[in-house]
Ligand binder design. Sequence first.
Ligand SMILES: [Zn+2]
Length: 273
Amino acid sequence: METAHDIEALTGGAMTSIWSWVQAKIPAGVEVFDAHAHIGVDIDGRTMTADGMRERMEAARVEKSIVFPLNDPNARDDYSGPNDVVWNAYEEHPSFFVPFFRLNPHMDYDREFGRCVERGFLGLKLHPVSQEFELDDPSVVRLFGMAAEVDLPVLIHAGFAMQRIVEPLLPTVEAHPGLRLILGHSAMVEVLWAAQAFEEHPNVLFETSVVQLKDLYELCSSVDPSRICFGSDIPYGDLPSTLHAILAAAEAAGVPEEAIPGILSENIRRWFP
Ligand SMILES: [Zn+2]
């Protein structure tokens, strides 16, 4: 496989100077972990292959990525097809990917949930906007309970176009304190409220992909850095830009340098030893 290890191949050279700043900010020895990336096909025309993902990771020196399906036009009822694409990607590149599966809570999800857990998927992705549900719909609350029962981490899209995050989610977090939750895009529409509401819930992490700088700054200023994890949202975000955004926000907010390895790697890596 011919890979583009040169970051310029990804950015057309436009980001070279920013990229050197980013590289200088990443402490030596940190194995960067991307907590949010997609493989497959989206209804909006975006695509990402396993090879394309791996190529981007190697170019940006990212060691591991959590990967899951897009809003796939072929999802049909249960997402089994797109989930299989992610599983195959994981089997081809086992040291690069941490596979999550995706479900539609409106559909009969028990069978696919069981199949994916048994297969060895390491987490679940839910998208309230794409699949048009609220976080306190009974079928969703039940799904959170099932994930808690089998100790399965859940990543929720908690960003663009969300109307309600903290208020519908808090009862679930309180009912299942052991449930490991990743708030995709850092609950950016309610970031200060979320920071306060989930402060006492260490199993809730704030993931940083494609969040506006002002919201990343608020996040870095209001939650303990041990609760923040880097994400790219490839193919919507790219690794150089999203790494730059979180590192710049952390610096501006005065996050101590010794907390950077946690944000870029350790805070999420400890969930997947
Ligand atoms: Zn995403």
